[in-house]
Every structure is written in structure tokens, then in C-alpha cells.
Write a protein of this length. Structure first.
Length: 509
């Protein structure tokens, strides 16, 4: 691949700082990953990427779950993968979202060639409608589903016509500056998740995104392991990979298992059945609709975000428009045995549909009572346990049977994870055979467990890094150049429905 503007960049220098990065070991020597407890502070001075290496700068998703941002630098140019938000701790009153301050990126914005989205979850796209195009103006690349979800957000923000949104398909490669991108279809708890093989003249790095190995995902095809093996045959310098379940040996599970559990519950429940799941889990929504049809029930969707997702999924052919009643209010007057509902509110949100059901329903929602069943078909995000328990307690006080995410029905689970366990991670390492591993998307415990597993899979070494660290990857090895300390933006809704922004320095060391 040619260098930008026909020029090579002879020494990896830190912009505005004297000197350059330490010379890499010559080819053939045993590479060493330098992991420092106190990485030197680059004081906001961004490195200039060389043609002989790929710089990796995770701005989120390390030491925490959420706020996934990863920058890749090569031959003087930069690429961003995902731009998500993190959700606040329970004690952060008035804060609805956390993300890196885009002013931090100002020195490299003229050389930022694009944002590539791996999938449409909030912790991967939640910042886009808030920051594009006013704070960050590069083109945004996304699959049809992610693009449609983003388009709705941008249209609500009044910026759709101002954002350069480009659609790609899994399996179809494209170039962004000096980066060749090969999106590979994966499976996750949302349609069209992709891993990205990012190839440069210095080699290939694979960014896994969120994924699992589901042989029967219900929506879409299984993960494209053949393409992953082919990429591994070509040679992979490093793998940046999801670490959420890296500490657990667990059997492979499938959305087909959940579908069987739903059918069992719907067939045997004497009253109304409610499925509560994440709004973007289209396979779970489809499973609820199929179970309703099989048991002779009418089903509706409750929750603005779930209905919006369903509209996108219908437009792309993932759901049929005749699966659901147009409004939850249309369920009124039907026998309770003939009613079902899919709704939002998995995290105990006060204004979500499930909380409203727990408080007695309302003009548009059915009133739940003894004999009805609520299926909690999602995990509880750490920090939300008290809010969820409050809602569940109110439901049980009404005599409603609540089936929690860890429970089974008819021998099948009512919820399965969207992330890989240790066995699935081994399968990915076997397919790609990377030289190095850089665990991402997890707490420190997850990252350490992932690094240990990666070493057992034969990688030369695994870098347990921190947010803002600048990691140089080349055929000679991996080294940490230093750390850029990104300030965080804490955002809350103002009275007019807009965003109130207060910049706060990240407390992470």
C-alpha cells in the first residue's frame, strides 16, 4: 500500500515533542511487549504514525464495559473504530452518558479519514449523533442495519443531511486512506455485527467488535469462520478482541435456545406473557412474536426504542410487519390468555415500559395481575441491580410470575449472552493465529483473564493496556509509546430535550 501523499514517515515522532519512539527490534528477534505500571504521559501530544507500524489507541472499553472508541494510526493518517457512550454510575445524578471530549482529538482531526462502526449498540455508536458533524466531521461507515439506526438518530438531531454516512456490506472490502478494511460477518445480540480486518503496508490488525459463535442465530447467518481462517492464513499481527466473558468456561449457546424457552412459556402460561429485552435484540423480538403466533396470542411492542428498532428491522426484511399489532392499546379487550407484549426496561429504568407495567400499566398498556408472566430476557448491567430489583418486586407484589435471565423454561434458557466464553475465544485464536493480542472491552479482571488465555493459545504475548495508551504494533514487536489522558464529557438532558455538557477530567489513572 502506498504511503500518504507519496511520502514515508521516517521516524515515529511525537508531535510537538523532541525525539522519537524507541527503535523496534530487527525482524527475527524475539519481540517484547513493554508493559509499564507508570506509562509516560504524552501530555496531549499525539504521535505521528510511521509507515512501518500501526498505532493503536483505545480511548474506551478498557477497565470498564462500554464507551468503545479505538483509534488506528498508520503512515500519517488515522482511523476510528466505533464511537460509543458509557452509562453513568447510579450516584451520578443528572448524567445520562459519558464519552471522550472531542476537543482532545483536535490535533489529529485533519488526518482522521473515517469512523467504521462494528454494530449498532449504544456503547459503540451512542456518541455519533451527539458529535457528528459539529465536533467530528469525518465520514461514517456502517452496515445497512447500523446505518439505518444511525440515520434515525441523526434525523432526530437535525444533522442527517450534514453527515457523510456510507454503507458497506459484510464481505465487501473497501479502503479508507492507507487502511484496507475487510468486514467479516459475526454473530451477536443485534443484526449485522462485523469484525474488521484492518490491513496496511505494515501488516494486518483484526478488531473483533462484539461477537459470539452462534450456530443458529435466528436472524442472519452464523459467523464467517472461513473468512477468518483465510485472514489468519495471510498473517495477523495483532487481535483486539472482546473480553466480556474471558474469565468463564461456558458452553456455546444460541438464540434458538431462547426461542424454545419462549415457546414453552407462551404455551403454558394462563395469563398475559411479557418479554422484556434490549430494544436492539431483533432475534429476541422475533422469538417473542413466533412464540405468540404458535400459542394463538396477539402481540404488540411497548417502548419507543423497541418500536423504532422494529421499524428498521422490518425495512431490511428481518421482521415481518404483520408480526405485531400496531399499538399496545389494541390488546385491550382481549382475553388475558390471548395477549403478549415485548417491551423495554431491562435495567429498571423509571420511564421504561416495564416500570410502567409494574406500576399498574396505563391507558395504552395492559394491567398485569396474578397469573401473568414477565420474562426478564437480558443481563443486568452492573450498577443497575437495585433499580431492577425495585421493578421486579412491584411486579411480584401484583402476583406476577417473574422469570429471571438466569432461569430456564422447558430445559432451555430465557436469555443467552452475546459475548464469547473461553471456548469461543480459543476458536477465534485458532482461526486467526495472531502474533499478539490486545484484550479490549472489559474490566481489569476480564482483560487479565483474556491475556492469560491468549498466551495459552500461542500468541507471542498479550498487552493488558489502559485507556489512552499508545501502542505501536509492527512485525518486529509491540511497544507502548506512552499515554494520552483524554478528558471525559458527562452529558445530561436539558429541559428542552437537548444535551447539557460538562467537561470533567477522567479520574482513571
Amino acid at each position: 500500500m502506498q504511503s500518504v501523499n507519496g511520502r514515508a514517515h521516517p521516524g515515529a515522532t511525537v508531535a510537538g515533542a523532541p525525539g522519537g519512539a524507541a527503535a523496534a527490534k530487527s525482524e527475527g528477534e524475539t519481540p517484547v511487549i513493554q508493559l509499564f505500571k507508570r506509562t509516560r504521559d504524552l501530555q496531549g501530544r499525539w504521535p505521528v504514525p510511521r509507515a512501518s507500524e500501526i498505532l493503536v489507541v483505545p480511548l474506551g472499553g478498557l477497565g470498564r464495559i462500554g464507551m468503545n472508541w479505538t483509534l488506528y494510526g498508520h503512515d500519517g493518517r488515522w482511523l476510528l473504530v466505533d464511537a460509543g457512550i458509557a452509562f453513568p454510575d447510579a450516584d451520578m445524578d443528572g448524567v445520562d452518558a459519558i464519552m471522550p471530549d472531542p476537543a482532545f482529538l483536535a490535533p489529529i482531526l485533519p488526518r482522521l479519514d473515517g469512523l467504521v462502526v462494528t454494530h449498532a449498540h449504544e456503547d459503540h455508536i451512542g456518541a455519533v449523533a451527539k458529535l457528528w458533524p459539529h465536533a467530528i466531521g469525518c465520514p461514517v461507515y456502517a452496515t445497512p442495519f447500523a446505518s439505518a439506526m444511525l440515520s434515525r438518530r441523526l434525523e432526530e438531531a437535525g444533522t442527517l443531511d450534514d453527515v457523510d454516512l456510507r454503507v458497506f456490506q459484510a464481505g465487501s472490502g473497501f479502503c479508507i486512506g492507507p487502511f484496507r478494511i475487510r468486514p467479516v460477518h459475526m454473530t451477536h445480540s443485534i443484526p449485522e455485527p462485523v469484525a474488521l480486518a484492518i490491513s496496511t503496508a505494515a501488516g494486518t490488525v483484526v478488531h473483533s467488535g462484539d461477537w459470539k459463535l452462534d450456530s443458529d442465530p435466528q436472524i442472519g447467518a452464523p459467523a464467517d469462520l472461513d473468512t477468518l481462517r483465510a485472514i489468519g492464513d495471510e498473517g495477523v499481527l495483532a487481535l483486539l478482541c472482546d473480553s466480556t466473558n474471558a474469565h468463564e468456561e461456558r458452553p456455546r449457546t444460541s438464540e434458538a435456545d431462547v426461542s424454545r424457552a419462549f415457546r414453552h412459556i407462551f404455551a403454558n402460561a394462563q395469563g398475559t406473557v411479557v418479554v422484556c429485552c434490549f430494544a436492539t435484540n431483533v432475534a429476541r423480538i422475533a422469538a417473542a412474536a413466533d412464540a405468540a403466533a404458535a400459542s394463538g396470542r396477539c402481540i404488540a411492542l411497548a417502548g419507543r426504542s423497541m418500536r423504532a428498532t422494529a421499524e428498521v428491522a422490518e425495512g431490511l426484511g428481518y421482521l415481518s410487519p404483520d408480526m405485531f399489532l400496531a399499538e399496545p392499546g389494541h390488546l385491550k379487550g382481549l382475553d388475558r390468555r390471548d395477549v403478549a407484549l415485548a417491551c423495554t426496561g431491562t435495567q429498571g429504568e423509571e420511564k421504561a415500559a416495564l416500570a410502567r407495567l409494574a406500576m399498574g400499566g396505563g391507558r395504552h398498556l395492559p394491567k398485569l395481575e396474578r397469573g401473568d408472566v414477565v420474562i426478564m430476557s437480558s443481563r443486568v448491567i452492573p450498577g443497575n441491580e437495585a433499580a431492577v430489583e425495585k421493578v421486579v418486586s412491584m411486579l411480584r407484589q401484583r402476583g406476577v410470575t417473574v422469570i429471571a435471565a438466569g432461569e430456564e423454561a422447558g430445559g432451555s434458557p430465557v436469555h443467552v449472552t452475546g459475548h464469547p466464553g473461553r471456548g469461543e475465544l480459543r476458536a477465534l485464536y485458532s482461526a486467526l493465529r495472531p502474533r499478539f493480542a490486545i484484550p479490549v472491552h472489559g474490566t481489569d479482571m476480564h482483560l487479565e483473564a483474556h491475556a492469560e488465555l491468549a498466551r495459552s493459545c500461542g500468541v507471542r504475548d498479550a498487552a493488558v493496556s489502559a485507556e489512552g495508551e499508545v501502542i505501536a504494533v509492527s512485525r518486529s514487536g509491540v511497544r507502548v509509546l506512552g499515554r494520552l489522558r483524554a478528558p471525559m464529557l458527562h452529558l445530561g438532558r436539558d429541559g428542552d430535550g437537548g444535551w447539557r455538557v460538562q467537561p470533567l477530567q477522567s479520574a482513571r489513572a
